[in-house]
Design a protein around this ligand. Structure first.
Ligand code: ADP
Ligand code: MG
Length: 594
């Protein structure tokens, strides 16, 4: 029998090892940019094709690599940075000597580099680390590395790559970190499509953190930040934290760095958040941009393959002292919050920035094939039998009489020989639902806003909104996505969206899409996702429960409801109308037979 156990070929070992250091394009970009920073570059440019999946280029004006050492840089465990003496005290970002060899073993690499002292630079083209060609090139000092076809020879990994949009977002997150941590380096990120490169991110030429923050996060976030500075534990701390009124829905806006290296440390973040106390509501997180400077041997970096997690020394008082510094900072700045605010958002809604008194304007008219959505014409008829309260009643097409709206929820209607109790919201939702359904093949009219409304979202929501953009658009919901600041700009909503566009309703709308129940009333015509979009839009577009509704509106809803295919339940399956017969009423009042 042939041996089953055999030596794994070195190439495969390398690929597996590479898969631990590099799991997606953003990891490669991070390693390459760190190398550029270590080479003291003052300008670093990144160019992406298809979110880095097809190609990424990192170019710097740093010290460069000697022509004879170009190949060496790609050998496993080669580094110019780590020595026996400095293993616990490395000041550079890279120090494992495995980034280039890892990246190289799972891609095609073209590297060119030139040092100051040489007249020419040299270029190396490799595929899975095998040299294909080597040339002399004319270039200025620095290094340019082009990585294409990441994981082309490692299908198991390539399969795990997400959409272009998601991979691009990860790269932008990494690059945003760099912009914030190294305000004095000029970073650019461009995206190449065909022959054109469009700029995606560029750090400002003004080399201060606040300028970077303004560029990266925009005015809304920046104006909610306060500077923080002090000595805590063994560390010198500088940076910005947000006033309690500026909160986010996730921790994406929290950046920690130690001696210029980005790190994650949940314990530290938790201590900072604790300092906000009750000013911070559940599931709200402050914005944190903190840089820690101190001795290199105060933390252990070698506990994470990508060097992200660090371990602080056990006797480091930082965890006790950080809360005090944060509290003092917040108290000191609290006068600012008491100044008259244009419109102080309440904490839970601070992430949604809406214009005050904003009303949507209808300005777009999309073409709708066939019949347009004609409002039922209402006839107001003075009732024949002039009893006292009847002058307010509204009749629609002769069939019923709206008696009133109670508890801001239910309408009372006299219909033939029945008393109807109508859930106004549920009924309107049914009407809207069927209209969306009916017109799902065509464009739905959208009402666009003069000024787009910006809503902050978290990364899960962002992915979903990217994915659903076409579906939403079909239903008249138009938005653009700003990856960097995790916001969507809403340009238009469907004409059926009856609600005032306020903070609450928009926020709920987005949140609900994430949690929506997909297994209700899925007709064969709809696929689940469209159903979800439609039922949510219908629900959010409908008049709200708990608000006053005019009797005229009730009549309009009822008249439309009666034209629906399934008038008796809302899209979620709840009843729209409860009918009580005349005889039932009689029996309750013991009037039978009288
Ligand atoms: P490490 O960064 O851990 O040393 P890498 O595999 O990332 O290991 O890089 C190997 C070596 O290649 C580095 O030590 C450095 O000498 C050289 N190098 C890589 N990228 C650059 C660059 N952009 N500019 C100058 N030297 C570089
Ligand atoms: Mg490195």
């Amino acid at each position: 029998m042939a041996n089953k156990i055999h030596l794994i070929p070195e190439e495969i070992i390398r690929q597996i090892a590479a898969g631990e250091v590099i799991t997606r394009p953003a990891d490669a970009v991070k390693e390459l940019v760190e190398n550029s920073i270590d080479a003291h570059a003052s300008k670093i440019a990144v160019i992406l094709e298809n979110g880095g999946i097809d190609r990424m280029i990192v170019e710097d004006n740093g010290e460069g690599i000697q022509p004879g050492e170009l190949k060496l840089a790609f050998e496993l465990h080669t580094s110019s940075k780590i020595t026996q003496d400095n293993i616990h005290n490395v000041s550079t970002l890279g120090f494992r000597g495995e980034a280039l060899s890892s990246i190289g073993s799972v891609s095609r690499v073209k590297i060119r580099s030139k040092v100051e002292s040489e007249e020419f630079g040299s270029e190396l083209i490799m595929e899975n680390l095998r040299i294909i060609s080597q040339n002399q090139v004319r270039m200025s000092k620095g290094t340019r590395i082009e990585i294409s076809g990441l994981f082309h020879n490692y299908p198991a990994r390539r399969k795990f790559l997400k959409s272009v949009a998601t991979e691009k977002r990860h790269i932008l997150t990494v690059m945003t970190h760099f912009c914030l941590t190294y305000p004095d380096i000029h970073f650019t990120v461009g995206e190449r499509k065909g022959n054109t490169v469009s700029s995606v991110l560029e750090s400002p030429t003004r080399k201060e953190l606040l300028a970077v923050l303004f560029d990266v996060f925009g005015p809304e976030i920046t104006s909610g930040l306060v500077p923080i500075r002090g000595n805590v534990g063994y560390w010198k701390i500088t940076g910005y934290i947000s006033k309690p009124i500026l909160v986010r829905k996730d921790r994406k806006f929290q950046y920690l760095s130690i001696n210029g290296r980005l790190i994650r440390n949940t314990e530290l973040v938790t201590q900072i958040e604790r300092a906000y106390g009750s000013q911070l509501l559940k599931s709200n997180y402050p914005v944190i941009i903190l840089s820690l400077k101190g001795d290199y041997n105060l933390v252990d970096y070698n506990i994470h393959p990508q060097k992200l997690e660090v371990r602080f020394r056990e006797d480091d008082p930082i965890f006790h002292e950080i809360s005090t510094l944060v509290q003092e900072t917040l108290v000191e700045k609290s006068e600012i919050q008491q100044l008259p605010h244009k419109k102080a958002p309440n904490v839970s809604n601070a992430e949604i920035d809406l214009q005050e008194g904003y009303e949507p304007l209808i300005s777009t008219k999309e073409v709708i094939p066939g019949e347009s959505f004609v409002q039922t014409s209402l006839e107001e008829i003075t009732p024949q039998n002039n009893s006292v309260n009847h002058t307010r009643a509204v009749f629609v097409q002769g069939g019923f009489r709206v008696l009133g709206h109670i508890f801001n929820k239910f309408a009372l209607i006299e219909k033939d020989s029945e008393l109807w109790l109508m859930d106004v919201h549920a009924s309107d939702e049914r009407v809207k639902f069927e209209r969306y359904q009916e017109h799902r093949e065509s464009l739905v009219m959208s009402q666009t806003f003069l000024k787009p409304v910006s809503v902050s979202i978290n990364s899960g929501e962002l992915d979903l909104l990217v994915e659903l953009q076409d579906t939403f658009q079909k239903f008249g919901f138009q938005y653009s996505i700003q990856h960097l600041t995790s916001t969507i700009l809403i340009h238009g909503v469907p004409v059926y969206y009856d609600q005032r566009l306020d903070k609450d309703s928009l926020h709920k709308l987005i949140n609900d899409f994430l949690t929506a129940d997909t297994n209700i009333e899925i007709s064969s015509k709809f696929n689940a996702i469209e159903y979800r979009v439609v039922s949510r839009l219908a629900c959010h577009g409908a008049v709200r429960s708990g608000y006053p509704v005019s009797e005229r509106k009730v009549a309009e809803i009822l008249s439309n409801l009666l034209k629906c295919n399934s008038p008796w339940t809302c899209a979620h399956g709840r009843p729209t109308i409860i009918r009580i017969s005349h005889s039932k009423l009689e029996s309750w009042f013991k009037r039978q037979g009288q």
